[in-house]
Ligand binder design. Structure first.
Ligand code: SAH
Ligand code: SF4
Ligand code: F3S
Length: 474
């Protein structure tokens, strides 16, 4: 048993990060353990978790399990959890209730918990004490060890908790079963060292560690050969890519090399404004296959709150960067993340956030009420607002964000834009996809266009999506 430790999760040393190429194996005894058995996996959280789930699926299939989308039909139920806000916690514990109910009639079901909540000391202690029926808990640093953890749990018939709070290494050669045939997630770095005072991620994902660029390029080249049209480079802080490798190779170099693989579309998330430099902007502007879309989290428009958050930029610096990006990258769309109700946020601070939204007129924004995360500095800062005040601020902010989202979308009306039609739409007889600027478009069309980048004429726009039709010239 290895339990997570909050104290250890905070540590950052100069220890060299190892690139480990041969740590993933399935022992012979486990190769057919899943024969005639099904797994069900539920994923919460960010793209990083979604991609981890793609790895976990491939690992399970290496053990002969097959996937089911019906939890009631599963022999193995996995929950890949997120810890970013309290509601993510509530969702998981709610879900566990349903699994427990199933287990009462089918006691042989194996229940496993992984992801960011599995890295939280208090959560795992609660599982150990009150959820003894949960069979396996494993963390974000050792998901590739799942075959061994499962083997141990089956052999010993006891709750198996294997979570490490180490700074972390980089594991290559973990298999992947991708959800899409057209667009792929590609990790370029793991962890985060920014330690924004409200955020749990540096504790749940460990130290920032970049993959070697040759491994990333190899992966993208394979995707191109396999017919993929789009890659999204993933990291909590992609602009800081390479800084930990102590070699002279940065995010702008990586973007340029990925662009040269010839893949049709390149995206990347997330960009911290702090590390966004001019070279990056120039490379994005230069290559047609790097999409003109940037997610640039603001968090707050008040310098006082930004300082308390540990974001290390001012509102003025943010706006300057925003304007530079808009100026240099033709037609770029920019979205953001904003937190309201951070401890000590006055009405004046909040109004400053609204001011920045009025200045930047974002294409869209994810907005959140501050949620205290145990172990982070902001969790100990004094809350000065009632829930009603926080909800009011969120409401006001959303109204403004939505107004600009619609205004921006209206500029697309009647225009012809390229869309990668990646899936069936919720609307009958339609496909859905995204413009290069990351606008969701529903297109009433034949499924023969699935997986293709097609010129679409925009016929209607809403706040969150657009409708379009195939442009006649195609
Ligand atoms: N690495 C990314 C953010 C990942 S988390 C970045 O720095 O841009 C995604 C978003 O969740 C954050 O941008 C922030 O707006 C929000 N968030 C993180 N911790 C939060 C908390 N404790 N309460 C409310 N929102 C939070
Ligand atoms: Fe969290 Fe800040 Fe790191 Fe983003 S940059 S993951 S908000 S600590
Ligand atoms: Fe959630 Fe972990 Fe992502 S906390 S947002 S799943 S890195």
């Amino acid at each position: 048993m290895n339990l997570p430790s909050l104290k250890e999760a905070k540590v950052r040393t100069n220890k060299e990060i190892k690139i480990i190429n041969n740590d993933y194996i399935v022992p012979k005894s486990m190769k057919t353990i899943g024969k005639d058995k099904k797994y069900y996996i539920k994923t919460y959280g960010c793209q990083m978790n979604v991609h981890d789930t793609e790895n976990i699926k491939a690992i399970l299939e290496d053990m002969s399990f097959t996937e089911t989308l019906d939890m009631g039909d599963a022999d193995l139920i996995l929950l890949n959890t997120c810890a970013i806000r309290e509601n993510a916690h509530n969702k998981m514990f709610g879900f566990l209730g349903r699994v427990k109910h199933l287990k009462e009639s089918k006691p042989n079901i194996i229940c496993a918990i992984c992801g960011c909540m599995a890295q939280e000391e208090s959560v795992v202690n609660a599982i150990k004490l009150k959820y003894k029926w949960v069979d396996i808990v494993f963390g974000t640093h050792n998901l590739h060890k799942l075959p061994f953890i499962l083997e141990e749990s089956l052999k010993e018939k006891r709750q198996e908790i294997e979570v490490f709070s180490i700074e972390g290494d980089v594991y290559e050669n973990i298999p992947v079963k991708r959800d899409s045939k057209y667009k792929a997630w590609v990790n370029i770095m793991y962890g985060c060292d920014k330690f924004c005072t409200y955020c749990i991620v540096p504790y749940t994902r460990g130290k920032q560690r970049s993959r070697l660029h040759k491994d990333i390029i190899n992966e993208v080249e394979t995707l191109v050969k396999d017919g993929y049209k789009e890659v999204t480079l993933l990291g909590q802080n992609v602009n800081a890519y390479g800084k930990d490798l102590k070699i002279d190779y940065t995010m702008s170099n990586l973007l340029e090399d990925v662009a040269k693989t010839g893949i049709d579309r390149i995206r990347f998330v997330t960009s911290h404004p702090w590390d966004f430099n001019d070279e990056m902007i120039d490379v994005i502007a230069k290559y047609k296959n790097i999409m003109p879309y940037i997610h640039l989290p603001l968090q707050s428009g008040s310098n006082r709150i930004l300082k308390l958050m540990g974001r290390r930029y001012t509102k003025e610096e943010y706006i300057k960067l925003f304007n530079k990006i808009k100026e240099k990258i033709k037609g770029v769309s920019i979205t953001t993340d904003i937190i309201v109700g951070f401890p000590g946020e006055t009405l004046e601070d909040f109004n400053e956030t609204l001011d920045v939204v009025n200045t930047c007129k974002f294409d869209s924004a994810f907005t959140f009420i501050f949620s205290p995360r145990e172990g982070t500095p902001a969790a100990n800062m004094k809350n000065n607002l009632t829930d009603e005040e926080k909800n009011n601020r969120l409401y006001m902010l959303n109204e403004l964000v939505n107004k600009y989202a619609l205004e921006n979308n209206k500029k697309y009306l009647g225009k012809v834009v390229p869309v990668l039609l990646e899936d069936f739409s919720e609307k009958e007889g339609s496909l859905m996809g995204y413009t290069d600027t990351m606008k969701l478009v529903n297109v009433e069309t034949d499924k023969k266009y699935l997986g293709k980048i097609v010129d679409i004429k925009i016929t209607d726009v809403k706040t969150w999506s657009m409708d379009g039709k195939i442009d006649k010239k195609v």
